[in-house]
Design a protein around this ligand. Structure first.
Ligand SMILES: Nc1ncnc2c1ncn2[C@@H]1O[C@H](COP(=O)(O)OP(=O)(O)OP(=O)(O)O)[C@@H](O)[C@H]1O
Length: 358
């Protein structure tokens, strides 16, 4: 396989010792609403978490919990109806929410890249793969000739295991399989050597075998290049297998976060526990599966309780509805926002390493 002389590769970071002292990205008390004809959707409420250089953080939770919105907020792609009501998104020392649009354009794609769920739909159908990738690279490296950009792209495609890369560059997205398109998206994301990649359900449209190959590729590239990743997923097994830490979102609130080895093994929040109980992992028969009780509250309500999980929580107390979410620490980075976190004995749960879907 050809090497990539044009793209220096930093030493791979140790996954077990991510740098947390000066986070690459810190989302601080982010609160976002959307104006709609039927009222304001209170999509994110006081969301805070950080990610160090080279670290991989999984953002997990049910559909509608605010995972994609969080990723789009970092890219500043929330759209005109979104209202950032509070908070900061500090990336490498600068608050992305206050950057000029020009500065944001220089950051987006170059320093922070996003990989979307449905690659085929995300790639421009009327451009060849080569034009898509070369244009991305040249939009951030103005002095780079098309030929030089093409050479770098060919080397990158070769690195990610695409056979006959020069040939592939002539194809249109519609001529490629879903798995191949996802590889092209990954190439597009890594083309400008970003510091952070946000991967939003990058494998959910793929079959299980291709999922594994694409995840292996994505995480190998992140590790060998020291790129941090936010991995948005429903799949606790993938989160457990590939990520350093997990952030659990429910109805726009972060309820638990910490090392995957703690959060997905010994959850201390009843919601995380409920998510794990609803998975087939570690259960001898399907009868042991517990259905998720209730559903997410209507986020247009103006009288949402302080804890948006309160109405589903088996241990709810009056304080849950009326008092701000407390922050309880169970280790240097294991934080639970709950009035009555689980005791360790109740919390112990097998790691979700064999589960496949939430
Ligand atoms: N443009 C918008 N206008 C109004 N509401 C929106 C908009 N975008 C998202 N929402 C709402 O914000 C909430 C969070 O949505 P988000 O897409 O982040 O959820 P998610 O956790 O990523 O779900 P999924 O796993 O299904 O992608 C949902 O209630 C959704 O309906």
């Amino acid at each position: 396989m050809a090497s990539e002389p044009a793209m220096p590769q930093p030493a791979a970071p140790q996954r077990s010792t991510p740098q947390r002292s000066t986070p690459l990205l810190a989302i601080e008390q982010l609160t976002v609403g959307f104006e709609t004809a039927t009222g304001t959707v209170h999509a994110l409420d006081d969301v805070s978490f950080a990610i160090g250089r080279g670290e991989c953080v999984a953002l997990v939770g049910e559909s509608g919990s605010g995972k994609s919105i969080t990723g789009l907020a970092v890219m500043r792609l929330l759209g005109r109806r979104a209202l950032v009501q509070a908070g900061r998104i500090v990336f490498d020392g600068a608050d992305l929410l206050t950057l000029s649009e020009k500065a944001m354009q220089a950051t987006r794609g170059k320093r922070v890249a996003m990989i979307f769920q449905n690659a085929k739909a995300s790639l421009n159908p009327i451009k060849t793969v080569g034009d898509i990738l070369v244009d991305i690279l040249r939009s951030h490296h103005h002095g780079l000739s098309r030929a030089a950009a093409r050479a770098r792209i060919v080397a990158l495609l070769d690195r990610i295991g695409i056979n006959e890369p020069a040939e592939r560059l002539r194809a249109y997205p519609s001529e490629l399989s879903g798995g191949m398109c996802q590889r092209i998206m990954i190439a597009a994301a890594f083309a400008c050597e970003p510091d952070l990649i946000i991967a939003d359900e990058p494998t959910s449209a793929l079959d299980v075998t291709t999922q594994q190959l694409v995840m292996d590729l994505l995480m190998t590239l992140c590790r060998e290049r020291g790129v941090a990743a936010i991995f948005i997923t429903h799949d606790l097994a993938l989160a457990s297998e590939y990520c350093d830490r997990a952030v659990v979102l429910h109805a726009g609130q972060v309820l638990e976060q910490g090392p995957v080895s703690e959060v997905l093994t010994s959850p201390r929040h009843p919601y995380t526990r409920m998510l794990l109980d609803s998975l087939p992992y570690g259960k001898d028969d399907i009868g042991q599966l517990k259905a998720m009780g209730g559903g997410l509250p209507d986020l247009r309500r103006n009288d949402l309780p302080c804890c948006r999980f309160a109405e589903r929580c088996p241990q709810v107390e009056p304080a849950c509805r009326g008092l701000p979410l407390p922050e309880r620490r169970f280790g240097p980075t294991h934080i639970v926002r709950c009035q009555h976190p689980l005791e360790p004995s109740l919390a112990a749960a097998p790691r979700a390493s064999a589960a496949r879907a939430m």
